[in-house]
Design a protein. Structure first.
Length: 160
């Protein structure tokens, strides 16, 4: 595919799905500005490495992979800051966020990152198991097992 055409298709995909990308980044950072920074950095990385995209048909999983990894990197770099965020601030800033149930949000925050990522991608972004496996570079059965474990942990967390 021609260089410019591939880049234009990626740009169009990013523009079309920017709200979804923001929701994912926000689910990790719990802050509007930080989520925007994560999305911006993800877009930069994607556009910088657009020639590494082999098939334009796989742009969705390719970009989600960049976004999830950038979000996780952000969390690791800013761990002290994230742990100090006040829960009332999350509710005020989360007006555009898809999460409506505070108990669910808190339970998700208690999950390990690999479980949280799978739950968000599966239930909030409505991705298929095979797409999630591709994004996370994991075996499909591993994703299924982690999803089942995450749901079990969420159920226990919410019931308590």
């Amino acid at each position: 595919m021609f260089k410019g055409l591939k880049r234009k298709k990626v740009e169009a995909y990013i523009i079309e799905n920017k709200n979804s990308f923001y929701r994912i980044a926000y689910s990790y950072t719990k802050n509007e500005d930080d989520a925007l920074d994560v999305v911006q950095e993800s877009i930069y990385k994607a556009l910088y490495s657009v020639e590494g995209l082999k098939e334009i048909s796989s742009v969705k999983s390719w970009f989600y992979k960049i976004l999830v990894r950038t979000s996780i990197d952000y969390i690791r770099k800013n761990k002290k800051y994230i742990n100090m965020v006040d829960i009332s601030q999350i509710n005020d800033n989360g007006k555009n966020d898809k999460y409506k149930d505070l108990d669910l949000q808190e339970a998700l925050d208690h999950l390990d990152i690999e479980y949280k990522t799978i739950v968000i991608l599966r239930y909030f972004e409505d991705l298929k198991i095979d797409e999630i496996a591709s994004i996370l570079d994991e075996n499909i059965n591993t994703v299924k097992t982690r999803l089942y474990s995450a749901l079990k942990k969420l159920r226990v967390e919410i019931e308590n």
